[in-house]
Design a protein. Structure first.
Length: 137
């Protein structure tokens, strides 16, 4: 394992410290028996690992990367909605659309334009984009 040293200005460090404390508070609230606390350093490492994973994911799904196959961008809105117990009708109602149109998007029959993608993404609770899209060869 490699060790690096970073320098942060006081404001950034304070923000990270506050977020770490909040995360620990939320974890203890969810599980009263939990006594472990994240250290600020562990939180920073977790943030870096998460960002690296995001970058790796988008390198995989970047349709501009040269490859032999013509990949199609697809969404996972249907699975995300199912995991959150959100129904197509609920999404359609919130977006003032017809359920069959949302169903086509959820089933990857058609892909939404960016504006509609963002609206659906918000209705689904703004999950990480790396969970929302993938490439199909």
């Amino acid at each position: 394992m490699k060790k690096i040293t970073i320098e942060l200005n006081d404001e950034t460090y304070e923000q990270i410290r506050e977020i770490t404390e909040l995360e620990n508070l939320i974890n203890r609230h969810r599980d009263k028996n939990r006594s472990d606390n994240y250290k600020t350093e562990e939180f920073v490492v977790g943030c870096i690992v998460d960002k690296v994973e995001q970058i790796k994911h988008f390198n995989k799904v970047n349709p501009l990367i040269k490859n032999n196959a013509q990949a199609k961008v697809k969404n996972r809105f249907k699975e995300i909605a199912k995991n959150k117990n959100i129904y197509i009708k609920d999404v359609a109602d919130q977006l003032d659309m017809q359920p069959p149109n949302i169903s086509k998007i959820f089933n990857n029959v058609s892909q939404p334009r960016l504006e509609l993608f963002i609206k659906i993404w918000i209705v689904l609770g703004s999950p990480p984009l790396s969970q929302c899209i993938y490439l199909e060869e």
